[in-house]
Design a protein around this ligand. Structure first.
Ligand SMILES: *Cc1c(COP(=O)(O)O)cnc(C)c1O
Length: 467
């Protein structure tokens, strides 16, 4: 080999964009000239920037076309991945909260694929109201007169306050000025809705007289926020809905209750931690109740505003309602989820949220123990796996202090670095696995594992990732 050949820069042999394009007919047919050209251009720039030693031989035209095709195929893949949620948090906001029951999924597909009578009255041929697809069901299940739906419960509260309390005062107990998560804080949403927050009472104790003193001619309504995600213990006092509703009536103003998780059934009967029931707030005299569709209710993301018909009518007329209205797929899914609540026996079988929460520890334990040898077999020697009791949580702010006994795979590693490596490896699997760290160990809570083979058939790939 002459010196000249050795130093020859093969990057100079890379073809021009035009030349490759002339041979990329099939790619252009599939992805269009603009996308293929863009992708090709950036690939050629990348190749030309590689170190000279990376080019032991010429890159052929066919190879370049293949590289571009792979890049285009990859860019067509969805950014959404199916995840195996072993975090122990049943309603994990970052993992999309509630899973829909089969009937709701079918309903979503159906309304998404054809024109439908979303806002079309088939009797008269005139305009209909999208709320009608769910309003009767909500009334039947909660005892309210009327209901409307928006994108989430934060939007529900915003819309209620903006309609009923714009430029007016709303007294709220200091014990209820909570942060729900992310950027959602009650005081902030109140300011954005245009109302003036009047803080009353103290963090641990608020009395009826605090509300009485705060009420004046500028007061629009009383607001009670269910503080679901924390608990003040010890010397505490809060005013119950039934007392607040009497005070509100005496003053001719409505009582609005933000229930957060909005539960339709008695969780106690299912052996689960108690959460306030919507119908109880109704009989306590709340005039408007807001709650989430994708928390304990187990439906699609939405916020349900329910209560007095005259108030709901005013809320519907607010122009903001148009900006906050959900899509037809949400209505279709919500209707099917609500129908399941008519039959509590079916509910436990069909609604994933309740099914996960209701799973018996014995069953979870058996599944965990079955998986110990499978996981052990693929992990290097410096890891150890066992099965042990752990605690699940409902999630989405519902009762984080109440733990639900569960069973999990507990993995320990020789050091923290190895443990982190394992967490990363689980996330790199075809179906990424999300567990949780606790006291220097990885806990894989088996409560929400339904498709066991999906988990176990990919375990062999862990070994390679941990080398
Ligand atoms: C969760 C929650 C919200 C927000 O509901 P999203 O549906 O997540 O918007 C509002 N208020 C309370 C009390 C909550 O628990």
């Amino acid at each position: 080999m002459t010196i000249k050949e050795k130093d020859f820069d093969r990057r100079r042999l890379l073809p021009s964009v035009d030349k490759v394009l002339r041979h990329s007919g099939l790619l252009i047919q599939k992805w269009g000239r603009i996308r293929v050209t863009d992708c090709l251009r950036s690939e050629l720039i990348r190749l030309r920037a590689l170190p000279i030693n990376d080019f032991r031989q010429e890159v052929t035209l066919d190879e370049i076309i293949k590289i571009v095709e792979n890049r285009l195929l990859m860019s067509d893949e969805s950014s959404f991945r199916r995840i195996i949620n072993l975090s122990g948090i049943v309603l994990h906001t970052n993992l999309g909260r509630a899973l829909l029951p089969k009937k709701a999924i079918e309903a979503v597909v159906s309304v998404a694929s054809c024109p439908t009578n979303l806002e079309y009255d088939l009797k008269s041929g005139g305009r209909g109201e999208r709320d009608h697809h769910v309003e009767q069901l909500i009334c039947e299940l909660t005892g309210v007169e009327a209901a409307t739906v928006v994108n989430n419960n934060a939007a529900a509260l915003l819309l209620v306050l903006n309609t009923l309390a714009d430029q007016k005062e709303v007294p709220v107990s200091r014990g209820e000025l909570v942060e729900i998560g992310g950027a959602f804080r009650i005081p902030d949403i109140m300011i954005r809705s245009g109302c003036k927050l009047v803080e009353i009472g103290t963090t641990n104790r608020t009395h009826l007289r605090d509300y009485e003193c705060a009420i004046n001619h500028r007061t629009a309504l009383l607001l009670k926020v269910h503080t679901c995600n924390f608990r003040v213990e010890g010397f505490t006092s809060a005013v119950e809905e039934n007392k607040l509703s009497v005070l509100a009536k005496q003053n001719g103003i409505p009582l609005v209750v933000d229930l957060g998780s909005g539960n339709l059934i008695d969780m106690d009967k299912l052996g689960l931690p108690r959460e306030p029931i919507v119908s109880k707030a109704v009989t306590d005299g709340a005039d408007i109740i807001t709650f989430s569709g994708d928390k304990l209710l187990g439906g699609p993301q939405c916020g349900i505003i329910s209560g007095r018909r005259d108030l709901i009518n005013r809320i519907r007329k607010n122009p903001l309602k148009r900006a906050l209205r959900p899509d037809k797929m949400i209505y279709a899914a919500l209707a099917e989820v609500l129908k399941l609540y008519r039959n509590p026996c079916e509910l436990e079988k069909e609604l994933p949220t309740i099914r996960f929460l209701k799973r018996s520890v014995v069953e979870i334990e058996a599944q965990a123990k079955r998986l110990v040898p499978e996981l052990s077999a693929v992990l290097p020697n410096d890891y150890s796996v066992s099965a042990d009791i752990c605690n699940s949580q409902i999630g989405s702010g519902a009762l984080p202090v109440e733990n639900i006994p569960s069973y999990g795979l507990i993995v320990s590693a020789v050091n923290d670095a190895r443990l982190i490596q394992l967490l990363n490896a689980f996330r790199k699997l075809p179906y990424p696995v999300v567990g949780r760290l606790s006291k220097g160990k990885l806990i894989l809570d088996i409560r929400c594992m339904e498709l066991e083979t999906q988990f176990s058939t990919q375990l062999s790939e862990l070994a390679d990732l941990l080398k």
